[in-house]
Design a protein around this ligand. Sequence first.
Ligand SMILES: [Zn+2]
Ligand SMILES: [Zn+2]
Length: 287
Amino acid sequence: MSWVNFHTHSNFDDGNVQIEEYVKDALRQNVSILGFSPHNPLPFHVDWVIKKEDFKEYCRTVQTLKEKYKDRIRILLGLEMDFLPSINSFYKEGIDLSTLDFHIGSVHFVNFFNENKGWAIDENAEIFEKGLNEIYNGNIKKVVKDYFKLIRNMLKLENPDIVAHLDLIKMNNKGEKYFSEGEEWYRREVLDTLKSIAKSHSIMEVNTGGIARGKTDSLYPSIWILEEAYDMRIPITLCSDAHKPEQITAKFKEAAVLLNAIGYKEIYILHKKTWAPHPISVSGVEL
Ligand SMILES: [Zn+2]
Ligand SMILES: [Zn+2]
C-alpha cells in the first residue's frame, strides 16, 4: 500500500522549492505515483502561474526526474489548466495537451476587473470582497452561479482528466459569511454540476489542500457533495494540491476514512496511460 497524488505545484509556479525536493519528500511519505501540475501560463499577468518561457524547462525537468527515479516512484507530467470566462476555454497557446500525461481543469477566475486583471475567487478575503462589490454589486448568488456555470462549460468544452476543487467558491465563505450550503439555490447549482460530471469523462478531485492549509474547515468538495456524488457513481481521485513537499500526503488518511464511510472504496489512478479504479483505505491505495 502506498499513496498517489496528481496535484502538485513547485517553484515553477507558486510552490516553494524545486521539483526534485518534492520527489524526495514523496519517497519519504510512501508515495508511488506523483503528478506535477503547475498553473498554466495565462494571457494576462498573475504571479502564481508558470511563465510561458519556463514551460519547456518544466517539461524537461520532469522527464529527467522520471528517468532518474523510475525504479522508485512514477512521476507524471501534468498541468492545472485555468478555464477562463473571457474566452470560455483553456488558454493553450504554446501548449500541446497531448504531450502531457494528464491535465487538471480548474476555475479560479470567475470574472474580470478589467481586460488585464482577472478576479480569482481564491485570493484573500479582501480581494474576494472587492470583486464581489465592484463586479457583482454585492450579489453573491450571481457569483456562485457564474462559478458553477463555468465548471459545467469546462466539462462540456474541454474534457479535463480531473476536475479540481469543485466547490473552491466556499474558500472565502468560512463561518457561512456569504451563504449557507444548505440553501436551495446553492444545492441546485452543485447538483447540476455533479450531473455534468456524471455525464462527462472527467474524474472529480477530492482535494485536501484547503483543510491542510487551514483555509477551509472541510474537504473540497464538502461531505454532503461527496455523498451525492457517490449516489451518482461519479469517479473520484484524491489529491493534496501540495505547494510544499511536506504537504504531498497531508490529510490523506483522514480523507480515506471519510471516503470509505461515504461508500467510496476506490479512487481512480492513472496507470499505464489509462485511469482505472484502485482500492483505497486508511493505509493507502492498492496498485
Ligand atoms: Zn487550483
Ligand atoms: Zn492547484
